[in-house]
Ligand binder design. Structure first.
Ligand code: ADP
Ligand code: MG
Length: 842
């Protein structure tokens, strides 16, 4: 497979050659059909080795000279086949099928009537059109979503190994992580101090090193570690306490590579160079995959001209970049693109190849997002009229003056609503920055023009609060407000929403199919990160392309705003209204003394007439069997004991809705001193008289979430406090996160830090993380490149709005944006209990 030339036809007599090809095809068919069968039935192919043997003999006797070595090597792979485990069998089958196909493909003209044979592979050809990639390989690669040549070109190594100067085992040093090489001198089961073990002794340069496993599959080991083979292994070298010999215990599978004889040849891609290490799937060996990827990387020419050159500084042509990513020439040393290296100050990601590849990936996504934005605004939205009576009356009824930043937001939204383009705004502002009132102004504007408006909130508590607020602020204006909280309800459900109600507030019950609107002109989604794009779209599909306003108090780092939320125009409210002071935040442990301090804080707060939140991660302590974490009930009864006289109530998501409303109301009107709650109060709840929040086992939460919780206080004029109680088993990383939170009052920089510390997957939640899945690019490490790509995309679309001149680029861009369409809700909103819609009018 490694670069052997085509066989001149004259070398093999045509008759022999036909026999050879047809026998080889038979062999391949046998192996592939064995492979296609569920590995559990591989048993049916007992004695497979002996069945294949005559076929191999025949193939080899007719084989052209140039193929002999390869075919013998393939036959060699079946030695001991029948004794292997199923997984290993599948591995041998797929690898051998791939190699046989590679040989076959050289004889294609007469042999395979393969579809489109003869024409060179194109970018979107299936991978197995490539020489050396058989259907078996294709099916393994498919598990990694690699289907086409293009996918394969962009299937990058996750690390590299510098094998240019690998030390022989004789130079291995104890207690150091290193990579060494040696030839297998002995391999087999032995008895060690800890029972049975499998030992592979490597020798080279007069020294030796043992690889030792305590858990192993005998047959697999026997198949893999043949005496005389060259092994390259990385790991921490230790010393066997009894024998005094050097050893590596349980080297991880991706850190041991056993080379075949043919891999040792000069010019091999496996040794004496910088070697790529690819992510594997079951049944696919590193060495084989690397060979396939070598073949793939010879096709980089197909990428020629796809990405315009000169897009940005520090880039190289895409084909060169991709080739270098797969098989670095090593001029700049052994590259390390990992997060660890980056955090340690490594600049390898700035090298031209990775930079170009990251740029290209970002460019695709940015192009798709910009094109979508353009189509949407071209499709047109509602052209709302200028503000009328409702807006004015509402503004007059508002008990405070809007801050400058709020006013800016309102006027921008007003402008967008009046424009014929459809509005698509993400309003972000720190917790407590006063987004609600801005949204209500927009809602009034919709009503003024005779449209309905919907306001969707992630929890019932919040939906209720919004409804109450709206009714309070619109008293006497004749506006009907309907509240939908889900569950089964009567026919008036629909009529309510479709009929007279101008404002419909609700949980995600709003997007149920049976909810219909008559004239929905504006859809507002509060705390939108709690919903997915799909839910947002569902709500907006209920109107005739209503304008969209989504709000979030988990500020979105710029990189995510440009990718995952890239189709929204971001409007930010800066600062907090009314000269509010940042919440004083402290981190404490859980010793009895710490607890006394915490209780004193609650006491002094309630004695001053203030109120407190006490947040627990769980409802029931028992549910997770974690001794240290108490649930809301336990925490509440402890607090009642320690704080006699304090009125303590419990709130959690599994309470019936009326119960929840009752508790929230009591807390809101001051008849509860301490509200012990789960994170149901996390979002949006507004009780200005609460100035202290205690968060138990704070390290259980993400820092953005903690910041949200902390935002429940600091809403009144008094200095507010937040006490974070850390678990005793807190990790260093966890402790660091809490410190960051305590030191940073600003939600925007917290979000950036959170993204950096946890990565986009964790930050967004697993369900949304698909949207931030790049093959190589990384939102944190390559954020500078992202900005470049953003500018380039805009520039390119200016000249060619639909990318008519770059069809491949366009196709790839649309494909890259697909995960965004499929974004799922971040967190399942609690299931909804039955409730009747309540329609209140004034
Ligand atoms: P969030 O942005 O977190 O949703 P809210 O809209 O709930 O914040 O507002 C937080 C609190 O600040 C509410 O009590 C609200 O009435 C109050 N508020 C909002 N804007 C102003 C303002 N301009 N001046 C004084 N208080 C305000
Ligand atoms: Mg809010």
């Amino acid at each position: 497979m490694t670069g052997r030339g085509q066989i001149p036809a004259s070398k093999a007599k045509t008759a022999d050659r036909n026999v050879f090809v047809s026998t080889l095809k038979n062999l391949e068919r046998g192996i592939s059909s064995a492979l296609r069968n569920d590995p559990r039935y591989l048993d049916r192919f007992r004695n497979f080795e002996s069945k294949l043997e005559p076929v191999f003999r025949k193939v080899i006797s007719f084989a052209p000279e140039g193929e002999l070595a390869e075919l013998r090597a393939v036959r060699e792979m079946f030695r001991g086949f029948d004794g292997l485990g199923d997984t290993e069998k599948a591995g041998v089958l797929s690898a051998s099928a791939g190699r046989i196909n590679a040989v076959l493909s050289k004889f294609k003209t007469e042999a395979a009537p393969a579809p489109a044979a003869g024409s060179p592979p194109a970018l979107d050809s299936p991978v197995d059109r490539l020489r050396g990639v058989g259907p078996a390989f294709a099916s393994f690669l498919a598990k990694k979503s690699v289907f086409t040549v293009r996918d394969a070109l962009l299937y990058f190594p996750f690390r590299y190994e510098d094998r240019r100067n690998i030390k022989p085992v004789s130079q291995a040093e104890p207690n150091v992580w290193q990579t060494v090489r040696g030839r297998i001198d002995f391999a087999g089961r032995t008895r060690g101090g800890r029972g049975a073990q499998y030992r592979v002794t490597l020798k080279e340069g007069g020294g030796s090193l043992d690889l030792v496993w305590f858990h192993f599959d005998d047959r697999y080991m026997r198949g893999k570690y043949g005496t005389g083979k060259l092994v390259i292994v990385s790991g921490e070298v230790g010393v066997d306490p009894r024998r005094g010999t050097l050893q590596i215990l349980h080297p991880a599978a991706d850190r041991v590579e056993v080379l075949g004889r043919e891999d040792e040849a000069e010019g091999s891609i496996h040794i004496d160079r910088i070697v790529p290490v690819y992510p594997l799937t079951e049944g696919l060996g590193q060495r084989r995959l690397r060979s396939v990827m070598k073949t793939v990387s010879e096709q980089t020419g197909l990428l020629d001209g796809i990405m315009p050159e000169g897009c940005a500084d520090g880039l190289v042509p895409l084909p060169d970049a991709v080739a270098e990513m797969h098989f670095p020439d090593g001029a700049g040393g052994c590259p390390d693109f990992s997060r660890g290296a980056w955090e340690a100050g490594g600049r390898d990601r700035n090298l031209p190849a990775p930079r170009t590849v990251a740029f290209f990936e970002f460019l695709l996504l940015r192009l798709a997002i910009e094109m979508r934005k353009n189509t949407r605004s071209a499709a047109g939205g509602i052209e709302f009229g200028s503000d009328g009576g409702m807006c004015e009356r509402f503004a007059r009824a508002t008990p405070f003056e809007l801050t400058a930043s709020q006013k800016d937001a309102v006027s921008l939204i007003r402008e967008r609503m009046e424009s014929p383009d459809r509005m698509n705004v993400l309003l972000q502002g720190d917790v407590g920055s006063g987004k609600t009132i801005v949204a209500l102004q927009a809602i009034m504007k919709a009503l003024d023009s005779g449209y309905q408006a919907a306001l969707m909130a992630p929890t019932q508590v919040l939906a209720e609060q919004h409804a109450r607020l709206i009714m309070r602020h619109t008293k006497g204006m004749g506006i009907k407000v309907a509240v939908l909280k889900g569950g089964d309800s009567g026919a008036d459900f629909e009529s309510a929403a479709s009929g007279g109600a101008g404002i419909v507030v609700g949980t995600h019950a709003l997007i149920y199919d049976r909810v219909k609107f008559k004239r929905l002109g504006l859809a507002v989604v509060d705390e939108q990160h709690k919903f997915g794009v799909a839910q947002r779209e569902k709500l907006t599909s209920k109107g005739l392309s209503p304008d969209i306003l989504v709000m979030t108090a988990t500020p979105i780092p710029r990189s995510l705003a440009m990718t995952v939320y890239g189709d929204l125009e971001v409007v930010s409210i800066k600062g907090l209204p009314g000269g509010r002071k940042p919440v004083e935040t402290s981190v404490t442990g859980k010793s009895p003394r710490d607890r006394r301090g915490m209780l004193d804080a609650i006491k002094s707060e309630t004695e001053q007439g203030g109120q407190c939140y006490f947040i627990c991660p769980l409802i029931d302590a028992d549910s997770e069997g974690d001794e240290e974490v108490s649930g809301v009930f336990e925490a509440a009864s402890d607090l009642r004991k320690d704080l006699p006289g304090a009125r303590v109530s419990v709130l959690h998501g599994r309470m019936p809705p009326e119960e929840k409303d009752r508790v929230m109301n009591e807390f809101q009107n001051g008849s509860v001193d301490v509200l012990v709650s789960t994170t149901v109060v996390e979002v949006g709840v507004d009780v200005p008289n609460a100035a202290l929040i205690v968060i138990d086992n704070a390290d259980r939460f993400g820092i953005s979430q903690l910041h949200q919780l902390r935002g429940r206080v600091g809403r009144g004029s008094r200095q507010s406090r937040c006490i974070l109680l850390k678990s005793s088993g807190i990790s260093d990383e966890g402790a660091r996160r809490l410190d960051v939170l305590a030191e940073t009052p600003d939600g925007f920089s917290i979000a950036e830090t959170d993204l950096r510390m946890r990565g986009p997957g964790e930050f967004l939640g697993t369900k949304q993380s698909g949207a931030a899945n790049f093959r190589f690019a990384d939102l944190v490490m390559d954020s500078e490149v992202l900005s470049l790509a953003h500018n380039s995309a805009k520039e390119m679309l200016k000249n060619d709005p639909e990318l008519k001149n770059s069809p491949v680029l366009k196709e790839m861009a649309l494909e890259a944006a697909q995960p965004l369409e499929a974004v799922q809700p971040l967190e399942t909103v609690q299931p909804f209990e039955t409730a009747q819609p309540s329609i209140k009018s004034d």
